[in-house]
Design a protein. Sequence first.
Length: 201
Amino acid sequence: MSADGLHKLCHLFFPLCPEGMSTRYSRILVPIDGSEQAHEGLKIACLMAEHHKSHVILLCVSDGNLSEEAVEAAVNEGIVRPSSYQDFVSTLDYPSIASAQAELNRQAILSRTASAIAERIVQREAGFAEDQSVPEVLTLLRSGHPDACVVEVAKDFKVDLIVMGSHGREGIESLFHSSVAEAVRKQAACPCLVLFPGLGS
């Protein structure tokens, strides 16, 4: 989406406060998962933060639900060490009736990989937000169900607005889906701006 398109969207949904009035949205929560859709949401939040002098809270949720392809992709992107991938693959070589220890090892590798991916994502997106002159950027990492974590963080930090995509990245993260966005919209006490695929076309 172009910068002009982002400005129009901000004015359409959230008109700027007249000069001298208090900021309407002081805290904006942006759930991120490394997808382009989530990044578009961050762009909108940054524009609003610039005008309203808002703080932006970046939240990345790790649920540890990664596929073999996801772990391999994380290695290729330099997010996790190749040795971790080899350890993960070795746990797949067991017969269908795998030992309990093998499953525990597999889950531990998945958890570490998911956490490493989440940390890389928040670092990258926080850098982008800071480059946009956002007054303050807070980064959070959480583990659990994405919708529940988003709603909980919004409540705990007294968030005024949530900006999120309806579909996450296919492959490494795949944490945000239409069902998650809908659950957040219904449960959150604050307004929720949900971006759908094709918005910028």
